[in-house]
Ligand binder design. Structure first.
Ligand SMILES: N[C@@H](CCC(=O)N[C@@H](CS)C(=O)NCC(=O)O)C(=O)O
Length: 207
C-alpha cells in the first residue's frame, strides 16, 4: 500500500491531514510551497488545478478535500468513519452542501461579493443568510453531525464550521463552540495540528 499526501501546512490540506490521522493509515507527506512548487510539471500531473491538498493512494489520485474525506473513509473501513451504505442520506447531503453552497457562500462573503435578490435564484447557494441558517440547522446540541458517532462528515464540515467561526462568517454560539471543542479534543485532530504547526516554520509564509 502506498499513500502520498501533498500539502502545505497553511491550507485546506489541514482538513485532509486530520482525516488521514483519523484513519490511522501510514502515509508519506510531500510539502509544497505556494508558487512555483505547486505549478511544477510533476505536481500539475497530480492536480491540474495546481492546488493542495491531493493524495495518491496506490496510484489513484484524489483532489478536493471533501472527496478525499469520503474516499479515505471507505478505503480504511476499520476506522469506522462512514455510516453504513443504507444510512448515508445525511452524510452525502451535508458533505456536498459544505463543499458546494457553503464553501461558495463563505468565500464570497469574505470577498465582499453579495448576491442581489433578483439573481439569488440562479446562484446555487441562493444568498449567504439562508446558507448560514441551513448550515447552523445541522450543528448538534450533543454528539456529532450524524448523531452519537463521529464520522468523516465531522472532519470536513466541522473544519468548515471551525474556519467560519474563526473568520467571523459563523457566529460563535455556545452550541457551535461546544461542538468544535468536541472535535478539537480528538487525538486525530491534535496530532494533525501538531504536525502542520511544526511544518509552518519551513513551509508556511515565512519559511
Ligand atoms: N476545492 C479545493 C480547494 C483547494 C485550494 O483552494 N487550495 C488552496 C490552499 S487552501 C491552494 O492550493 N491555493 C494555491 C493556488 O491556488 O495557487 C479543495 O477543497 O481541496
Amino acid at each position: 500500500m502506498s499513500l502520498t499526501f501533498y500539502t502545505n501546512p497553511m491550507s485546506r490540506g489541514r482538513i485532509a491531514r486530520w482525516m488521514l490521522e483519523e484513519t490511522g493509515a501510514a502515509y508519506e507527506t510531500r510539502y509544497l510551497r505556494y508558487g512555483p512548487e505547486m505549478s511544477s510539471a510533476d505536481y500539475t500531473a497530480v492536480n491540474p488545478m495546481r492546488k493542495v491538498p491531493a493524495i495518491v493512494h496506490d496510484g489513484k489520485v484524489l483532489t478536493e478535500c471533501a472527496a478525499i474525506c469520503l474516499y479515505l473513509a471507505d478505503a480504511f473501513p476499520k476506522a469506522d468513519l462512514a455510516p453504513p451504505l443504507d444510512a448515508r442520506a445525511d452524510y452525502y447531503r451535508w458533505m456536498l452542501f459544505a463543499a458546494g453552497p457553503w464553501e461558495a457562500a463563505s468565500t464570497n462573503r469574505s470577498l465582499n461579493v453579495e448576491v442581489s435578490p433578483e439573481t439569488s435564484g440562479m446562484v446555487g447557494y441562493g444568498d449567504f443568510d439562508r446558507t448560514l441558517d441551513a448550515l447552523l440547522s445541522a450543528v448538534p446540541d450533543e454528539g456529532y453531525l450524524l448523531g452519537p458517532k463521529f464520522s468523516a462528515l465531522d472532519v470536513y464540515m466541522g473544519s468548515q464550521i471551525s474556519w467560519g467561526s474563526q473568520f467571523g462568517s459563523i457566529p460563535k454560539t455556545l452550541r457551535v463552540e461546544a461542538y468544535l471543542e468536541r472535535l478539537q479534543s480528538r487525538r486525530g485532530y491534535i496530532r494533525a495540528s501538531e504536525l502542520d504547526d511544526a511544518a509552518m516554520a519551513t513551509y508556511g509564509p515565512a519559511g
